[in-house]
Design a protein around this ligand. Structure first.
Ligand code: FDA
Length: 309
């Protein structure tokens, strides 16, 4: 792994660095490049702008590894309110949550009960509840949550990471369910025994996963694929595969992060592709922001420029 990427990912877990960074005004200003603001109102205003441009959104309230039940309950209440606001504002949007934000570290039963309540509410709103995939310490537990929830709710989607060596097996095991899967490359620091260190293998795995979800058997079961990437070279390969397999542009979507590859997002919409923007908001942005820096260490230059401004 690129040493700067490793350093930034290690930094994402440092409480000291978090205290320093979140106090600095220039860091907060730099974060705004990837996040419209800390409040739900700011996220919804950004969502309305995206909708007007023909993009749908996924809203995510930043936070992870909650250690206190009352906090997990508050996250649930927040997302229930968010779903109500999405409906009231006619926003073309869904929500995506992290299991550890809903209490997975405290008790898996608490987490699944909260997920069920949210999936019920999303179903009543006619939308899909997305489950993020965190580091490998949570992969098995998250797959288990998804499987259990899928027994009662079809309106749920799961993120799978193509950098994981286990991703193909995990996907194959889920295919009979006709699942909705968001494929991403993966954002955490993982050892080489578990994750491919080489970009080519990660990209090839991504394409392989999309092709499996586009296979006639998977599509007949109702599988859906969201392609969560900003990689334009990979997107070209994905488009070629979709055409070869006879998959219409309306039958899948791209998802990108707010503020990243903006031109590409709009170009895809113009080309008739479905595009979704992930809008993150909230005060707990530090680890998430460090992962964004790690994805493209050149982003650090932007932080430095903001400091000197
Ligand atoms: P790659 O990292 O190869 O980047 C390709 C190009 O995209 C770069 O050359 C650059 O131009 C641009 N780019 C990418 N990241 C950038 C950045 N931060 N700043 C500026 N430019 C950037 N991960 C995870 O582990 N669990 C999850 O649940 C999710 N969920 C998720 C949802 C959605 C909608 C997206 C788009 C991404 C995620 N991720 C995620 C993050 C994902 O795993 C991955 O780290 C990033 O998307 C970066 O990978 P790319 O596929 O963009 O390719």
């Amino acid at each position: 792994m690129n040493p700067m990427r490793s350093l930034l990912l290690a930094g994402s877990r440092s409480a000291w660095l978090q205290r320093q960074a979140t106090r600095r005004k220039f860091v907060k200003m730099a974060v705004r490049r990837f996040m419209p603001g800390e409040t739900l109102d700011e996220a919804l205003a950004a969502a309305a702008e995206q909708n007007q441009l023909g993009l749908s959104v996924t809203l995510t309230h930043l936070g992870e590894n909650i250690a206190d039940k009352a906090e997990a309950d508050a996250v649930l209440a927040h997302y229930l309110g968010t779903l109500k606001r999405i409906e009231a504002g006619n926003v073309k949007g869904e929500v995506s949550i992290k299991p550890t934000q809903l209490g997975l570290d405290i008790d898996a039963e608490l987490c699944i009960a909260h997920l069920r309540t949210l999936a019920d509410a999303a179903r009543a709103h006619g939308s899909r509840l997305w489950i993020d995939m965190e580091g490998t310490a949570y992969t098995a537990a998250t797959l288990d949550l998804f499987r259990r929830l899928r027994e009662t709710h079809t309106n749920i989607g799961l993120c799978l990471q193509s950098y994981l060596k286990s991703a193909r097996t995990d996907l194959e095991a889920l295919l009979p369910l006709g699942p909705a899967i968001r494929i991403v490359k993966g954002a955490y620091a993982e050892p080489a025994e578990l994750a491919f260190p080489d970009k080519k293998e990660v990209d090839d795995n991504f394409l392989w996963m999309a092709e499996r979800l586009w296979s006639p058997e998977a599509r007949a079961k109702g599988a859906w694929v969201t392609l969560g990437t900003h990689d334009t070279v990979l997107m070209e390969r994905l488009e070629l595969a979709a055409r070869r397999l006879g998959v219409a542009k309306t039958d899948y979507e791209y998802a990108m992060l707010y503020g990243i590859q903006r031109g590409e997002q709009l170009r895809l919409v113009k080309n008739g592709n479905n595009v979704r923007v992930l809008v993150s908001y909230g005060v707990h942005w530090f680890p998430w922001y460090m992962r964004r820096l790690a994805e493209r260490p050149a982003n650090l230059l932007f932080v430095a420029k903001t400091m000197f401004k």
